[in-house]
Design a protein around this ligand. Structure first.
Ligand code: SAH
Length: 253
């Protein structure tokens, strides 16, 4: 897997290639990172990458030519092409299935906007999809690009050790796309709050049932949409449905 990031602030991206799980996977050679600064693809003395918007208004707009040249240079380095994704609040919301599809496709070129955004002609000419982190506005696409790479790298076989296993994360398949259950570690009692007895029982089946029921309860309360999805995909067991029916019964009484 390889990511190429088009950014005016390449040094920011050291956070993913240098640290933590993504950094370890990078050092192991599980994924590659190419950094491309549009400023390197300018031809004027000031190395201009942005200009005022036609039609007026505040802020600056990133110019099409340095961006397109940076994308072309990145493409030339890639064995598998993959999509060109523009970070943008107007885009499709990033989620776990999209992360998985990037892993399956060998990565992507990620374009980070700055200022008011990028010239629309760059979008029309080069961009496969616009991807958003959510309904808020950041000052640049670098943090979204890092989020996309982090979510993707941790899905690579070998990126996580057993203790970190992705199979137990929220949204993943073993959990049927449900939210993760609560976690506890030592001490057993903290300021009168005890760790739930089920987790101390040493009884694996009981612990599994407790975790599953916690996941179902949390998902029902916080993200009923995910529960519906799981049901439609046939990922809920008879035991799950019986538990949910009991929950609904006790909520009604
Ligand atoms: N004028 C734009 C916002 C520009 S913010 C608008 O109102 O839509 C500058 C850059 O930050 C954007 O070009 C984009 O690359 C990035 N960005 C900001 N918020 C984002 C979000 N929620 N998701 C993904 N990228 C975002």
């Amino acid at each position: 897997m390889r990511f190429d990031v088009i950014t005016l602030f390449p040094e920011m991206l050291a956070a993913v290639s240098g640290q933590g799980i993504t950094g370890r996977a990078f050092k192991q050679g599980l994924w590659e990172l190419g950094l491309w600064n549009p400023r390197e693809f300018t031809h004027d003395a000031h190395r201009t990458v942005d200009d005022r918007p036609y039609g007026g208004g505040p802020g600056m707009v990133m110019m099409v030519d340095p961006l397109e040249q940076a994308v072309d240079a990145a493409r030339a380095q890639r064995l598998r092409q993959g999509p060109v994704l523009l970070m943008s609040p107007r885009g499709r919301r990033f989620d776990q299935p999209l992360a998985q599809s990037l892993v399956d496709g060998g990565g992507a070129i990620l374009v980070c906007g700055r200022y008011e955004g990028v010239d629309q002609r760059f979008v029309d000419r080069c961009v496969t999809d616009e991807v958003s982190m959510g309904d808020f506005v950041l000052s640049g696409g670098e943090i979204p690009a890092m989020a996309i790479m982090d979510a993707s790298v941790r899905l690579l076989p070998g990126a996580l050790n057993d203790a970190e296993s992705a199979r137990q994360d929220s949204f993943n398949e073993a959990l049927a796309g449900l939210l993760d259950s609560p976690h506890y570690t030592r001490p057993e009692v903290y300021k009168n709050q005890r760790v739930p007895a089920e987790l101390l029982s040493g009884h694996h089946a009981r612990i599994a049932v407790w975790r599953r029921e916690q996941s179902l309860t949390l998902t029902l309360h916080r993200r009923p949409d995910l529960l519906q999805q799981a049901r439609k995909a046939g990922l809920l067991t008879d035991a799950d449905e019986r538990f949910l029916a009991r929950l609904a019964g006790s909520a009604a009484s």
